[in-house]
Ligand binder design. Structure first.
Ligand SMILES: [Zn+2]
Length: 191
């Protein structure tokens, strides 16, 4: 029996009453996709982002996708492909009149489960990353959330910005709006 969207019941999916043709992917989609390969394939076929389904199956809450038209962040929610930074109920980065870091602290948070973290590590090991260029600065966002930042002029070359001490990072961000822009695009938010 085919559903209204034409998806034929196959393998285990018939018993689940959940359609792969959904804009929003929930825990139920995840549970079915984990046991039903055909269902996972159908999910992949109906989204722009295969990595979204990988993250869903692994229990992840976000993936690296196309940059948000509004804020430029590449971090997107598994649930609805929405921009993580715009939709997450976190305070935005506060900038002063000169577009510099005004106050607050920047952090990158994830509620992803153990499987999602392992999956991200596996994808990172295969060399997957997203590149961000702002002025003389360039950065790479990795699936694990690692943010490698390079600026030849400032003699800055860090493989993981998250490991930079908070005080130092705040100094750098205050002096370099380009760096704040990179963090914003990478989906960092005020804690
Ligand atoms: Zn956004």
């Amino acid at each position: 029996m085919a559903g209204p969207s034409g998806y034929k019941k196959g393998l285990n999916s018939g018993a689940w009453h959940v359609s792969p043709f959904a804009k929003k992917l929930t825990r139920r989609h995840r549970d079915v996709a984990r046991v039903d390969t055909a269902f996972a394939q159908a999910l992949r076929a109906q989204t722009l982002y295969p990595q979204r389904i990988d993250a869903l199956v692994a229990g992840g809450t976000y993936f690296i996708g196309n940059p948000c038209k509004r804020c430029g962040s590449v971090k997107r929610r598994v649930f609805d492909c929405g921009c993580w930074s715009c939709k997450q109920a976190m305070r935005p980065i506060v900038l002063d009149g000169r577009n510099r870091l005004a106050k607050g602290w920047l952090s990158v948070r994830s509620r992803d489960g153990h499987a999602a973290i392992l999956d991200a590590k596996r994808r990172e090991a295969t060399g997957e990353f997203y590149r961000i260029d702002v002025g003389d600065w360039s950065a790479r966002v990795y699936p694990t959330g690692r943010l490698a930042v390079h600026c030849h002029k400032q003699h800055i070359d860090t493989s993981d910005l998250r490991a930079v001490p908070k005080g130092r990072l705040f100094e750098l961000g205050t002096a370099n709006p380009e760096l704040v822009e990179i963090m914003r695009r990478a989906g960092w938010s005020v804690d």
